[in-house]
Design a protein around this ligand. Sequence first.
Ligand code: SF4
Ligand code: SF4
Length: 189
Amino acid sequence: MESVQLAPSQSARETVRRLEKEAGTEVTLCYQCGKCAAGCPVAFAMDYTPRQVLRLLQLGLVDTALHADSVWLCVTCETCSTRCPRGVDIASLMDAVRREALAQGIVTDRKVAAFNEVFLSHVRRYGRLHEVGLTLEFNLKTRQPLKDAGLGLPMFSRGKVHLLPEVIRGQKQVQEIFERVKRMRGEEA
Ligand code: SF4
Ligand code: SF4
């Protein structure tokens, strides 16, 4: 007869603890009132609302949470964290789940992951975004190289975008922040 697992596995419990630590919050605080989901601007498009993501983590169903589209749809607006009567930092938890999914190679929405990667690489390199480079890199990564071709020239001729990136004065400090975060996560800087 097939066995049914009622309690979360040891590894699921450890992953939840790690996510809590990274997010600086505790999933057991949540009493499932649903205020977070009621205020979330993208809950209508999510497969699991923020309340349900919390419940998955409480039950140790980490794999389901890691595969949820919700974590990629979350725009980190922090409405949920602000509304939560129990002080659960749901936005931070969503971010931690997203990073864990990336680390495990689980990406349900490649476009969001590609945008995330290009966006952060620009902040790291220049300390700010370079719109032309970001659009080109994102479109190449997502295999739609000509997607914004019609917009580029008019914007360029009106001086709305620049061909070369500008680098901020404190760029070295920004890079140091990225390296510090890597070291904190036990990765090579
Ligand atoms: S608002 Fe807070 S307590 Fe209520 S369901 Fe969401 S996380 Fe849980
Ligand atoms: S931070 Fe994410 S989960 Fe929370 S309300 Fe905003 S979009 Fe929804």
